[in-house]
Write a new protein. Structure first.
Length: 163
């Protein structure tokens, strides 16, 4: 029962975090060409999104717990490890590229001379991070299917090969 609850939390937290990531992807084509002043205005819609960090901590904790609990079930364990790798890769991209752009622009309230480069860095680092988050979700789905399949096999009545 605990295992299933942890699995559910990992899946739900990943799905919720993916929503924000995909929002960035969907807005990119409409924002990337905006003039400076308009871009800076639009960027203000992200105020408060830093609260999603809590969700990422829940996601990571649930994935790590799931990996530990699945360590003897390789068909579940390895996809979960892959999901953790993807989540950490997305975070690495955020801290190496997205966050520095936020700092340089004071969260898009100051317009430095290289704002265009920072915009490109910010937008495409979110795109790359979203790809990793989609892969994390896919890996968790693979793990969930493997868990369901092995659970179904364990519960299935024994039958002869012919019927």
């Amino acid at each position: 029962m605990v295992y299933d609850v942890v699995f559910f939390i990992a899946l739900l937290a990943t799905a919720l975090a993916l929503g924000a990531a995909l929002a960035h992807v969907l807005e990119l084509p409409n924002k990337i060409g905006l003039p400076r002043d308009e871009y800076f205005i639009v960027q203000q819609v992200y105020r408060g999104w830093d609260r999603l960090a809590f969700l990422l901590l829940v996601e990571l904790a649930a994935m790590i717990a799931l990996a530990v609990m699945s360590r003897r079930r390789p068909r579940v364990f390895w996809p979960v490890v892959g999901a953790i790798f993807c989540l950490l890769s997305a975070q690495l991209l955020f801290w190496l590229f997205t966050f520095p752009a936020n700092v340089a622009t004071e969260n898009w309230t100051r317009m430095p001379n290289d704002w265009g480069r920072l915009r490109t860095q910010w937008e495409y680092s979110h795109l790359a991070g979203a790809i990793f988050q989609v892969l994390a979700m896919a890996a968790l789905i693979v793990a969930a299917l493997a868990h369901a399949r092995t659970g179904a096999v364990a519960r299935a009545p024994y039958s002869s090969p012919g019927g």
